[in-house]
Write a protein that binds this ligand. Structure first.
Ligand SMILES: C[S@@+](CC[C@H](N)C(=O)[O-])C[C@H]1O[C@@H](n2cnc3c(N)ncnc32)[C@H](O)[C@@H]1O
Length: 369
C-alpha cells in the first residue's frame, strides 16, 4: 500500500470544530481542525469515504505534492518533473487554480500557465476552465503545495435535491447547524418556514443513516487512482435504517412545499418526512415527543421588507413559546434585532458564519418552558 497523504476537507469558516466532531464520529479519528476545514492523513479510499459521508464538508482536496519555488522558471522545472500520471489520466480535461501569498511568485495566472503546460506536455490533458475538479495550487512563503480537488461539484449538491427555494440554506451548513444544536438523529425536527426543506431533509437523512453523497458523482472518479470495483463495493455497503421519528416542514408557499415533497421522494425519505402548506401561525407540534424546531425565516436584505420582519419574528416567537413547550429552538438569521424580537430565551451565540454573501448567526434555546 502507498504512503498515506494529507487530505483536507474544506468547510464554512467558523464551523471547523463542528466538522471535526462529525469526521471523528465517522471514523476519521485523527482529523484536526485547521483554518477553513479539517486535515487528516489517509489513502484514496479515505478520500472517497470523506466525499461520500461527510455532511459538513464543502469540498475534499488531496495533497499530491509540495516543493519550493522562488521564481517562475523554477516552478516550470519542478512542475515538469512532477509525475502527473500518478494523479491524472491521459487526455482527461483539467484546470489549474493558483493562489499566492507572501511569495516571490505573485502572478497567479502566470504560475497557473506553467503548471498547465507541464500537465499538457506530459498527459495531453486539455485545459478547460469549466472542467469540474482540477488542480489547486497554493504558493505560500515560496512553498508550492499541489492538491487535487476530488469533489468536483461542491458537496452541498447532494444529487437528489432538484428543487431549490428562494433563499435556500446550503445543505452542508444546515447539517452543521443541526449538529451544533445537539441534533444526532434521535428526536423529531420541525421547520415551520421550510422552503425547499433543507433542514428537514438533512435531519431525516441523518436519522436514516444515509450517506449524503450516495446520489451523485465525484471528480475522483476521473482520476488515475480511481478503482471502480472498490468504489462499487463501498457503495454496496451503504445502508438505510428506519427511524421512529417524523421530520416535518411547513411553509406558506405552495410551490416550495411541492418542491420539498419531490426532494424527499427523490432522496428516498418520504416515509419519515411530512410537508404541509400553511402559515407558521397555524403550525402546531407534530404528534410524539418534543424535539428541535430549526428555522431560518426571511432575512431583510434578501427577501421581504425589514420593518415588516420585526412583526413576523415577534409572531413566530409567540407561536413557538405558546405551542412548542419542551422543544428546543435553533434560529438562523442575519440580524440580532430580529432574533431579539422573537422574545425567546436565546443562549449566548458564537461568531456569525458566512452564507451566500451574508453573515448568519445561529441562536439556540434550551427546551422551552
Ligand atoms: C429563508 S427562506 C427558508 C429557506 C429554507 N430553509 C430552505 O433551505 O429552502 C424563508 C421561508 O419562509 C417562508 N415564509 C415567509 N413567511 C411565512 C409565513 N408567514 N408562514 C410560513 N412560511 C413563511 C417563505 O416562503 C420562505 O420559504
Amino acid at each position: 500500500m502507498s504512503k498515506p497523504f494529507e487530505i483536507f476537507a474544506a468547510t464554512v469558516p467558523g464551523m471547523e470544530t463542528t466538522l471535526q466532531e462529525e469526521a471523528i464520529e465517522k471514523g476519521f479519528k485523527h482529523a484536526k481542525a485547521v483554518p477553513g476545514g479539517i486535515a487528516f492523513l489517509g489513502h484514496w479510499t479515505s478520500v472517497w469515504r470523506a466525499n461520500l459521508h461527510l455532511r459538513g464538508a464543502t469540498r475534499i482536496l488531496a495533497r499530491i505534492g509540495q516543493f519550493r519555488a522562488y521564481h517562475l522558471a523554477e516552478l516550470n522545472r519542478r512542475a515538469s518533473e512532477f509525475d502527473w500520471s500518478t494523479v491524472l489520466k491521459v487526455g482527461e480535461s483539467v484546470h489549474v487554480e493558483v493562489t499566492t501569498r507572501n511569495s516571490k511568485i505573485y502572478h497567479q495566472s502566470a504560475a497557473a500557465e506553467r503548471i498547465e503546460n507541464a500537465i499538457r506536455t506530459q498527459l495531453r490533458c486539455p485545459i478547460v476552465r469549466e472542467a469540474s475538479g482540477g488542480i489547486r495550487v497554493r504558493i505560500e512563503n515560496n512553498i508550492c503545495t499541489l492538491s487535487v480537488d476530488t469533489s468536483g461539484e461542491p458537496l452541498h449538491k447532494r444529487g437528489a435535491k432538484a428543487f431549490v427555494g428562494k433563499a435556500p440554506m446550503r445543505e452542508t451548513l444546515a447539517s452543521l447547524f443541526l449538529r451544533h444544536c445537539g441534533y444526532s438523529g434521535d428526536e423529531p425536527v420541525f421547520d415551520p418556514m421550510c422552503g425547499s426543506g433543507t433542514f428537514v431533509l438533512e435531519a431525516a437523512e441523518i436519522a436514516s443513516g444515509l450517506a449524503p453523497g450516495r446520489n451523485r458523482d465525484f471528480a475522483f472518479q476521473r482520476l488515475a487512482s480511481f478503482q471502480p470495483e472498490r468504489w462499487k463495493a463501498m457503495l454496496a455497503d451503504l445502508t438505510q435504517q428506519t427511524t421512529p421519528f417524523v421530520f416535518t416542514g411547513s411553509d406558506r408557499d405552495e410551490g416550495a412545499i411541492k418542491g420539498a415533497l419531490a426532494n424527499a421522494q427523490r432522496a428516498g425519505i418520504e416515509d419519515c418526512t411530512r410537508f404541509k402548506c400553511q402559515s407558521f401561525s397555524d403550525a402546531l407540534p407534530p404528534d410524539g415527543p418534543p424535539g428541535l424546531v430549526m428555522i431560518n425565516p426571511p432575512y431583510g436584505d434578501r427577501i421581504g421588507n425589514k420593518r415588516q420582519l420585526f412583526g413576523l419574528y415577534g409572531a413566530l416567537g409567540k407561536q413557538l413559546s405558546t405551542h412548542f413547550k419542551g422543544w428546543r429552538v435553533g434560529l438562523v438569521t442575519t440580524d440580532g434585532g430580529l432574533a431579539k424580537a422573537m422574545g425567546l430565551p436565546f443562549k449566548p451565540t458564537d461568531a456569525p458564519i458566512p452564507n451566500g454573501g451574508l453573515r448568519v448567526t445561529l441562536y439556540q434555546t434550551n427546551p422551552l418552558t
